[in-house]
Design a protein around this ligand. Structure first.
Ligand code: ADP
Ligand code: MG
Length: 240
């Protein structure tokens, strides 16, 4: 088991946005999380690497309780995260964006970090762009750099929060392709997405969230063809 979340609750003030969430992710699995806006998907991902603190429940990554971890960098090393809006550092080249964290955290020498980064740039199809600045890249290219950066530390699990939602339609495919390749290479992934085609094709399981709850969890085949709840049926009919 890579990740095990049990009965987690998250409040913003009095607003309970995660209500008794439990799920787990096994090594090599791809889990897609779908659901309407405001259902708690981003908050859930952010809790998994302690960008947000939970108020109840437990989250274990690789068997270790994350709320008990003294050094958050050890957790972040195991978890790669990719956001909707890339968050690349504008004043650093593509290569420096990727190598910065491991060098600053003394996890790798500069040479080691660069060798690894160049291999990752090849993997995401951006070898020729290593020395350019993010502003010269398209949205799809930026997101592929962000994926390479998240992979640089050698994470055991990758979290994606709507990685293609901010992209022009013609760039969605190139990013989904990189994610699909990653899944096929055996990476454990949790992906919040509106791309139902990707979920159907790549996910081992799909989780449907609404109102802070996991309402349904099933294989994509079952969930998309036989949604059990009215809420999931309504959601799917609005997006498919
Ligand atoms: P989703 O990603 O599914 O659209 P979110 O996790 O972003 O949903 O939001 C879930 C709920 O939590 C929403 O009601 C949202 O307004 C609220 N929320 C999210 N982030 C914060 C925050 N930093 N402070 C207060 N409320 C928040
Ligand atoms: Mg969100």
């Amino acid at each position: 088991m890579i990740l095990e979340a049990n009965n987690i609750k998250k409040f913003f003030g009095k607003n309970e946005v995660l209500k008794d969430i439990s799920f787990n992710v096994k090594e090599g699995e791809v889990i897609c999380i779908i659901g309407p806006s405001g259902s708690g998907k981003s908050t859930l991902l952010r809790c998994l690497n302690r960008l947000e603190e939970i108020q109840a429940g437990t989250i274990q990554i690789l068997g270790e309780e994350i709320t008990a971890m003294k050094n958050i960098n050890n957790l972040r090393k195991e978890i790669g995260m990719v956001f909707q809006l890339f968050n690349l550092f504008p004043n650093y080249t593509v290569l420096d964006n990727i190598t910065m964290a491991p060098i600053l955290l003394n996890k790798m020498s500069k040479k080691e970090a660069e060798t690894k980064a160049l291999a990752l740039l090849e993997q995401v199809g951006l070898t020729d762009f290593k020395d350019v600045y993010p502003s010269t890249l398209s949205g799809g290219q930026k997101q592929r750099v962000a994926i390479a950066r998240a992979l640089e530390m050698g994470p055991r699990i990758m979290l994606f929060d709507e990685p293609t939602s901010a992209l022009d339609p013609e760039m969605v495919g190139e990013v989904l392709k990189v994610m699909k390749d990653l899944a096929q290479a055996g990476m454990t992934m949790v992906v919040v997405t509106h791309e139902m085609g990707f979920a159907r094709e790549v996910a081992d399981r799909v989780i449907f969230m609404d109102g802070g709850y996991i309402v349904e969890e099933n294989t994509p085949k079952e969930l998309f063809s036989h949604p059990q709840s009215k809420r999931c049926q309504t959601f799917l009919s609005s997006v498919l």
